[in-house]
Design a protein. Structure first.
Length: 346
């Protein structure tokens, strides 16, 4: 499809991320409009749609898929609902931007990969927004140019001020570390083959009962590189994401200095030198989300699908599954099992 009219997007799921995407498309994205909103919360979709010109409100995704004003879907519903919507979108030939994680299990992600491969063309982009962050993009470019020589190791830090009350230890892998899994595969251009999870004793007292926090997650890649991720979802002080590549001729790090470095009086004659730490991922990656959605809209209007693919979503999910098993085994290495990659994704 090549189109000159604005792309009519149905946003499926209007909770925290979906609600943000509705605002984003309305305020910051060119060439697209919100043509429909879908949520089981009828009052919420009716209220949202009432504020947007020509926007329909539905409580069932099928109704949006059948709406002739809908050209593409942005899926931000609960992860359990992704598979059915994505398979239906593939059947109808509708392009989709689907929030991460792609599915709760890798078997479901593989069914999506197989359905898209049967179709023979890509329609699905997975919402790994860090690939659209300027700092990550510069790091990727510099590594690809060989500026630091061959990458040998990556160190990631992923800190959230506090986790939602429903967060569990497996979710630290599936919801949070899934970003480092994707970034690692993308930066190094190879699959993750093994994973281990180590935990200090004790956990932070800030973590809710039953949630192990922080944890150290170690990946091995197909090329033998080693990657560590500190995941700390109740660090208390703000949102901090860092990545350092250790290469043969140097190292390169992102995530230290976003914002203003300030000297401030802190009382008692002493001062404070530092940068403010942002409060959450919405602030830290706001621009990346805008760039991600804009790139998706531009590509769809050109008749293309770009960015992280269903295969990337599947591969990340397979690593997550091994990671959750590794959490249970306490320190043991768990091998990642991947299906054969269809030619569509080579
Ligand atoms: C959340 O779902 C995200 O995707 C954020 O980027 C991540 O930092 C956070 O840990 C997740 O819970």
């Amino acid at each position: 499809m090549k189109q000159s009219a604005p792309l009519g997007v149905a946003v499926i799921g209007t909770g925290r991320m979906g609600g943000d995407h509705v605002q984003r498309i309305t305020r910051a994205i060119s060439g697209a409009r919100v043509a429909a909103v879908v949520d089981i919360d009828k009052a919420r979709v009716e209220e949202l749609a009432a504020g947007i010109d020509g926007c329909s409100a539905y409580t069932e995704p099928e109704a949006a898929l059948a709406d002739p004003a809908v050209d593409a879907l942005l899926v931000a519903s609960s992860v359990q609902a992704h598979e059915a919507v994505l398979l239906a979108a593939l059947e109808r030939g509708l392009p989709v931007l689907c929030e991460k994680p792609l599915t709760p299990e890798s078997s479901a992600a593989l069914r999506i990969v197989e359905a898209e491969a049967r179709l023979g063309r890509r329609l699905i982009q997975v919402g790994f927004m860090r690939r659209y962050d300027r700092d990550y993009q510069s790091l990727k470019r510099q590594l690809d140019e060989g500026r630091y020589g061959r990458p040998l190791m990556l160190h990631h830090q992923h800190r959230n001020p506090s986790s939602p009350s429903f967060f569990t230890s497996p979710m630290t892998i599936q919801d949070s570390v899934v970003h480092e899994i994707d970034v690692t595969r993308w930066l190094l251009g190879e699959e993750i083959t093994g994973i281990r999870v180590l935990r200090p004793t004790p956990s932070t007292g800030r973590a809710p009962e039953g949630l192990t926090d922080p944890q150290l997650v170690l990946f091995e890649t197909a090329g033998g590189r080693l990657v560590d991720t500190e995941i700390f979802v109740n660090c208390g002080f703000g949102y901090q994401v860092r990545c350092e590549a250790v290469c043969e001729n140097g190292t390169a790090r992102i995530g230290d200095d976003r914002g203003v470095v300030a000297n401030l009086p802190a009382g008692g004659g002493a001062g404070r030198h530092g940068v403010d730490v942002l409060p959450g991922f919405e602030e830290r990656f706001e621009e990346a989300y805008d760039r991600e959605v804009q790139a998706w809209v531009d590509a769809v209007r050109r008749g293309e699908t770009v960015g992280p693919s269903a295969w990337d979503g599947y591969a990340a999910q397979a690593v997550c599954e091994a990671g959750v098993r590794a959490q249970e085994l306490g320190g043991e290495r768990v091998a990642v099992q991947l299906a054969e990659r269809p030619g569509l994704y080579s």
